[in-house]
Design a protein around this ligand. Structure first.
Ligand code: NAP
Length: 344
């Protein structure tokens, strides 16, 4: 099969389009013919070597895939060759951990394209337990934008943030991959949503997501704007994917007893804030990491009902994975890029 292979950590030129042996599904696994593979920022971090160091090379990146069952391993039932399926982008690899909830808390939980070979390939082998039948009627390239970003967003906004109808929610970086999907999830839950951005030209993209307030942080202080928007109370829930210097202000933007969900570190991994402002107002800072199969299934229901739309920027043939990473790194992507493994 053709695949994008890396042989060491480093820059985008190390993403090599190569011919490698097609996997044979082990007992309990299925082989999926990948029709579309989504590209995430996390793939770039893994390629750089800034996430983990103990990857064995050669390695294949990619957490998101949509495809059809190509071959069924021994002991697998309930699947037919040719069926349209979506593999979970991350899951526990040890069978003893299969029933831990959320599955992202399992000791053996790992990400496709990080702990094991991922989706930048014509075929991918996945345990049947972590394969979902597609009932959305979307085309593969739209669907391939969803697994990682949708599962993560549902987890952060609904399961961890506890957002409910009528809440006023601040989502940081609404034009980002995670932020844009978090806006859609919060809207699907019936919340009012404010979001931040810095680039004026991203305003139209964010407007189309149905946000109620857009704050350009190059021109306005988002804490002040959120205070005005909430009549001086602060947001019920703040979803922060920026960390660093932004998270302390996200805490300030939350109301008394409000919830702040920390789930990213774009502006830095270390955070300093005044603990008094935090506990005097009895705020709650919660961490969120990926999600559970239940989060993904709930998200797919909303997609099926038309409440959440995939955010496909554009597609590229698989052999242009390096170009996809370049566009991502340069911030030229609104939504997701998807690679097509069977297109030249
Ligand atoms: N916890 C989890 O499970 C999980 C899952 C997925 C991702 N994440 C994390 O979420 C974060 C975002 O990932 P992504 O894939 O959404 O990235 P992305 O699409 O590339 O977006 C990054 C965003 O960061 C904003 N940004 C960059 N530098 C900034 C700065 N100095 N100040 C303010 N905003 C800045 C940009 O906003 P502008 O539009 O204003 O330029 C951009 O939209 C990453 O840290 C990632 O690791 C966490």
């Amino acid at each position: 099969m053709k695949a994008i292979v890396i042989h060491e950590f480093g820059d985008i030129n190390l993403l090599k389009y190569e011919e490698i042996e097609t996997p044979k599904p082990k007992p309990g696994n299925v082989l999926i013919k990948v029709l579309a593979a989504g590209v995430n920022r996390f793939d770039h971090y893994i390629r750089e070597g800034s996430v983990i160091k103990d990857i064995s090379f050669p390695h294949i990146l990619g957490s998101d895939a949509v495809g059809e069952i190509a071959e069924i391993g021994d002991g697998v039932s309930g699947f037919n060759v040719g069926e349209r399926v979506i593999p979970l982008p991350a899951y526990p690899t040890n069978k003893d951990d299969y029933d831990i909830y959320p599955m992202s808390a399992a000791p053996s939980f790992s990400l496709s394209g990080m702990g094991f070979w991922g989706s930048y390939a014509q075929y991918i082998e996945v345990p049947a337990r972590w394969v979902i039948k597609d009932e959305t009627n979307l085309n593969p390239e739209e669907l391939a934008t969803l697994p990682m970003v949708l599962t993560t967003a549902v987890r952060a906004v609904k399961s961890v943030g506890g957002v409910k109808v009528g809440d006023k929610v601040l989502v940081q970086a609404g034009a980002s991959g995670t932020g844009s999907m978090q806006i859609l999830v919060a809207k699907a839950l019936g919340a009012k949503v404010a979001t931040t951005l810095r680039e004026e030209e991203k305003t139209d993209f964010v407007k189309k997501l149905g946000v109620d307030l857009i704050i350009n942080t190059r021109k306005e202080d988002f804490v002040e704007r959120v205070q005005q928007w909430t009549d001086g109370n602060g947001a019920d829930v703040v979803i922060d994917n920026l960390g660093g210097t932004v998270l302390p202000k996200s805490i300030d933007a939350a109301k008394t007893l409000g919830v702040i969900v920390a789930m990213g570190f774009v502006t830095g991994t270390e955070v300093t804030f005044d603990i008094r402002n935090f506990f005097f107002a009895q705020k709650q800072l919660r961490g969120s990491m990926f999600g559970d199969i239940k989060d993904f299934k709930w998200g797919l229901e909303q997609v099926k009902d038309g409440k959440i739309k995939p955010l496909l920027d554009h597609t590229l043939p698989l052999n242009q994975a390096a170009e996809a990473h370049r566009l991502l790194v340069e911030g030229k992507v609104a939504g997701n890029i998807v690679l097509l493994p069977w297109q030249e």
